[in-house]
Design a protein around this ligand. Structure first.
Ligand code: PLP
Length: 404
């Protein structure tokens, strides 16, 4: 059981007002708030540790390097990753996917096929389209149904010896659907294809065990799990990371440089050119500590309660339709009210201090599927309360009265 009123005290931002009203923050799928414990680590880094890593003989550089590498080990342990060198620090999920998509340029041929799910974030679509343009490979889509679930029979039918890569999110940021990634990975491997799972939206709600899943690549952004923006991780199986060429050239990623020939550093440094987000990486580790201390089991249970309560309350509003009604889903509710543009609802909610996201949520193909311009999305975290759900429901009712 979570003690939510105590937990809320960890988040200074939750005490602030917006437009003269207490902030009700329901945009957690876009970014989660940062607890004081993580803010303290960020402040401490600049007050005590700030130095460049992996190169200095001096004490500060050693201490900063130790803290950064300790964070890598925390990430390794959290996702049950076999080797610390399979954890690549990135600037976030988008960066991790681009790294992999670039790496596959030399490994694909004209006519190879890549399968993408119909409910991806643009960051798990566009880099692959660019890869297809470079290589002549073909992108095919695993369709979804009205409920926002992947049509697995169609996936089975699309898989063939031509399939080289499959990519799918673990949880959809626009619909909340939890995808059957274990099944997708097993079947893709059966056809000889590698799998990249975008874990950005799953990481706040559950713990992925990359070895049990046998996934080839898994990406995460720290800012969705109470960490800072601009840092994330890419997990890659050692065999793939060895096969892929470096992404960016620069300092830190080399073994030896001459003007005739440069040799590359070992993993993970081969993929970590330049000075990384050192403070961010350390704070990422602190964010995982914070969430693990609460416990992902308790977090998931509480968020499911909020999801069911909010779903029930919102559906009492006449004309309100929820998009994404999968059996397996997390605490994300995308909805519209018939005859009202989502942006107008979002604007009125903001006047009431309630932060939701409106628009296509970087997943325009989903909106095209439902033939809508976008949705209002309320996404709940472990620090949200039933009172905040009530405020949302009252706010939506008020918006409806004003706009219809
Ligand atoms: C947030 C999100 C991303 C993008 O993450 P960035 O931190 O912006 O790189 C990708 N996929 C999903 C499912 C997301 O929720």
């Amino acid at each position: 059981m979570l003690n939510v009123s105590e937990i809320r005290k960890d988040f200074p931002i939750l005490q602030r007002e917006v437009n003269g009203k207490p902030l009700v923050y329901l945009d957690n799928a876009a970014t989660a708030q940062t607890p004081q414990q993580v803010i303290d680590v960020i402040v401490d880094y600049y007050q005590r540790l700030n130095a460049n890593i992996h190169r200095g003989v001096h004490t500060l550089s050693q201490e900063a390097t130790d803290a950064y590498e300790a964070a890598r080990k925390k990430i390794q342990a959290h996702f049950n990753i076999a080797h610390a060198h399979e954890v690549i620090f990135t600037s976030g999920t988008t960066d991790g996917i681009n790294l992999v998509a670039n790496g596959f340029t030399g490994l694909l041929r004209q006519g190879d096929e890549l399968l993408v799910s119909a409910m991806e974030h643009h960051s798990n679509i566009v880099p692959w389209q660019m890869l297809c343009e470079r290589t002549g490979a073909v992108l095919k889509v695993i369709p979804m149904n009205e409920e926002g679930e992947l049509v697995m029979e169609r996936f089975d039918a699309l898989l063939s010896p031509k399939t080289k890569l499959v990519f799918c999110n673990h949880i959809s940021n626009a619909l909340g659907t939890i995808n059957p990634i274990a099944e997708i990975i097993e079947k893709a491997h059966g056809a000889g294809a590698a799998v990249l799972v975008d874990g950005a939206q799953a990481a706040p709600h559950l713990v992925a065990d990359v070895q049990a899943l046998d996934v080839d690549f898994y990406t995460v952004s720290a800012h969705k799990i109470c960490g800072p923006t601009g840092v994330g991780m890419l997990y890659g199986k050692e065999k793939w990371l060895k096969k892929l060429p470096p992404y960016q050239g620069g300092g830190e990623m080399i073994a030896e440089v001459t003007f005739e020939k440069t040799t590359y550093a070992d993993l993970p440094h081969k993929f970590e050119a330049g000075t990384p987000n050192i403070c961010g990486g350390i704070a990422f580790g602190a964010a995982l500590d914070y969430m693990n201390a609460l416990g992902f089991g308790a977090i998931a249970q509480y968020e499911q309660e909020l999801l069911h309560y909010a779903t029930q309350k919102l559906l009492e509003i006449e004309g309100l339709k929820i998009y994404g009604t999968a059996v397996e889903k997390t605490s994300v509710i995308s909805f519209n009210i018939q005859g009202i543009h989502p942006y107008d609802i979002g604007t009125i909610l903001d006047k009431l201090g309630i932060a939701v996201r409106t628009g296509h949520h970087c997943a325009q193909p989903i909106m095209d599927f439902y033939k809508i311009p976008g949705t209002v999305r309320a996404s709940f975290s472990f620090y949200n309360t039933k009172e905040e759900v009530d405020a949302l429901v009252e706010g939506v009712k008020r918006a409806k009265d004003m706009l219809l």
